[in-house]
Design a protein around this ligand. Structure first.
Ligand code: LP5
Ligand code: MN
Length: 240
């Protein structure tokens, strides 16, 4: 059976030509041989709204996704903390399905929970407050009603503030909180967990209530550069 691939945290943007080349090559040579590709958030450095679909770089990414789905590879995209404004118009343009965070899937017989990962960083209270605000549908409606150029200026301000604040936060605060990982594993009856966001690629084994749960943390593409390949014999991280 063909494999299922998982990627996240590519942070694609015009100013990172190297990663963009890696992405387009990955799409052409590797993703086309899979049965499905899951993008678990932060595909883009940021997404300002679906009225930016015609931007020439965005259009190239969308066209690569379209070619993939025309080759009968299923494409599932989850929001990250940087591209949660990707909407149905974006999904339609790519011929992708936008999937909720979290999503429980049957991965070759193993229940597997997919997340971006930011909701597990519960000790980062400043971020969680910001998140609650920008994920509020009423806030999003008001924000999306502003002109695209103004939205981009506002996003640049948030990016600068976020970088400043990250410099003051400890590594532990910006990682997933162990208690939140255990909570979600219990809630979903001890699945395998795959998530990104923290940029700390690893395979963890959680011993919980007499069960063992695998937790795969996906790699980002600008510091590390790996994808996760799963088939009936299990999962493994592969260097790009
Ligand atoms: O992404 P990463 O890993 O670098 O950092 C995240 C958290 N930061 C963010 C911000 C994004 O990186 C950049 C913004 C993306 C664009 C979104 C589009 C729409 C929003 C537009 C808003 C105008 O998510 C970072 C975490 C880190 O992960 C680790 O988990 O620590 O969180 C922060 O640094 C957030 C700060 O602590 C709080 C920021 C407050 C900004 C307030 C600006 C004014 C209010 C604007 C209206 C809501
Ligand atoms: Mn993220």
């Amino acid at each position: 059976m063909k494999p299922i691939l998982f990627i996240s945290d590519l942070h694609l943007c015009v100013s990172r030509p190297h990663i963009n080349r890696v992405f387009f090559t990955f799409m052409e040579r590797i993703a086309t041989k899979a049965q499905a590709l899951y993008v678990l958030g932060d595909l883009f450095e940021y997404w300002a709204g679906d009225d930016d679909l015609d931007d020439s770089f965005n259009a190239q990414v969308i066209s690569a996704f379209r070619s993939l789905t025309e080759n009968k590879v299923a494409l599932c995209i989850m929001h990250g903390n940087r591209d949660f404004l990707m909407g149905e118009a974006f999904a339609r343009a790519c011929n992708a399905q936008l999937v909720p965070d979290p999503s429980l899937i049957d991965l070759y017989g193993t229940p597997t929970l997919l997340m971006h990962g930011d909701t597990l960083c519960t000790e980062d209270t400043a971020y969680q407050t910001f998140r609650a605000q920008v994920r509020n549908p009423a806030w999003q409606k008001t924000f999306l009603a502003q002109p695209l150029a103004e939205r981009k200026v506002a996003i640049e301000k948030v990016r600068t503030q976020s970088e400043q604040e990250k410099g003051q936060k400890s590594e532990a605060i910006m990682d997933v909180a162990p208690a939140s990982v255990e909570k979600i594993l219990r809630e979903y009856h001890y699945p395998r967990l795959i998530h990104g966001h923290t940029h700390r690629p690893a395979k963890h084994l959680h011993q919980l209530d007499g069960k063992t749960c695998e937790r795969w943390v996906l790699s980002d593409w600008y510091k590390h550069g790996e994808y996760l390949r799963c088939d009936e014999s299990g999962c493994g991280a592969i260097k790009l």
